[in-house]
Design a protein around this ligand. Structure first.
Ligand code: SAM
Length: 295
């Protein structure tokens, strides 16, 4: 087990700040998926691997790169070809992230697998915790719409990031399908449950502050937003801050941290990715299907 400081904008909630990096968690079934791309750019992952050489105050988001991405895309001479074209916008975001400044997006390797799960599960409603610049909302929102779904909700803490995301989502022609809500994921989930504007979440994507994964999963559980059959997908299992979440979804019927009975069980597996564009960095995505508690 080893750790590195991975900085982020100081005025914003921690994103990858102080994320501790772990090797694969014992007891899991690793399944390595090679990437299909061959990028060599300096990446967030390379920075993690080279931790000591990187200054602790190096910024990985919130330094203007999100607005620069938006300005780049909206200034493209072929902007018209991007309108209502989610996959073209996704490619532009990936290219900018590879060639300009890395963006903390889920990326094409893991993204492709999540899209495959969406196609399999055919969710009516998918909610993501952590929207950033809208990459995942465009990629997965488009997939949910194509699979016959009703809505995709993106919960994002930062109004600056949410503003960039909303503009790119609009460009992608997904405004009627993807709703961006600004605020803490926990407050937004609880608020929507209270006013009954949100009922069952078919797929919950957890990709925000790593140390809040378990707390915010429990917010969704306690507010009755998850049901047997719902799927929880969590990104960045490389970070030790996600360990309590991982133990919870992989554990038995009792919540180890409280000693209480869980509302249901999870059938959970980790898919490990060796991300070529990130110098073969290993990161995991946890897929946890909710199953009823056994009698
Ligand atoms: C890794 S990025 C999300 C990347 C995005 N899902 C994608 O793949 O394109 C994490 C995001 O979570 C947001 N965030 C952090 N804490 C949050 C919270 N408590 N509630 C909602 N969003 C939060 C950050 O502002 C950041 O934009």
């Amino acid at each position: 087990m080893w750790s590195r400081l991975v900085p982020c904008a100081r005025q914003l909630p921690r994103c990858f700040a102080n994320v501790h990096v772990q090797k694969q968690i014992p007891g899991l079934i690793p399944s390595i998926t090679s990437s299909r791309s061959t990028y060599r750019s300096l990446s967030y992952t390379k920075m993690i691997n080279e931790g000591p050489k990187i200054a602790d105050d190096e910024v990985w988001c919130g330094d203007g790169r999100e607005e620069a991405l938006l300005n780049h895309i909206t200034g493209l001479p072929y902007l018209n070809t991007l309108r209502n074209n989610p996959s073209a916008i996704i490619s532009e975001i990936e290219e900018w992230s590879d060639k300009q400044k890395p963006l903390m997006i889920v990326g094409p390797d893991k993204g492709e697998r999540i899209v495959a799960k969406i196609n399999e599960q055919k969710p009516k409603l998918m909610v993501e915790l952590g929207g950033y610049v809208g990459y995942s909302a465009i990629l997965f929102g488009n997939a949910v719409r194509a699979a016959g779904g009703d809505k995709y909700i993106s919960l994002e803490y930062s109004k600056e990031y949410a503003s960039v995301a909303s503009k790119l989502i609009e460009l992608a022609g997904l405004t009627d399908f993807v709703e961006v809500i600004v605020g803490s994921a926990a407050d937004s989930l609880a608020g929507m449950a209270k006013e009954k504007s949100l009922k069952t979440i078919d797929i919950l994507l957890v990709d925000h502050e790593k140390s809040l994964y378990l707390d915010d999963l429990k917010v969704a559980e306690k507010n009755g937003l998850l049901k047997p059959g719902s799927l929880v997908i969590a990104d960045n299992l490389f970070a030790t801050e996600t360990n309590d979440f991982a133990r919870y979804v992989r554990g038995g019927p009792t919540d180890e941290t409280t000693g209480e009975l869980k509302p249901f069980m999870y059938e959970s597996m980790t898919m490990w990715f060796s991300i070529e564009r990130w110098n073969y960095f290993t990161d995991g995505v946890e897929f946890s299907k909710i199953i009823p508690l056994k009698n």
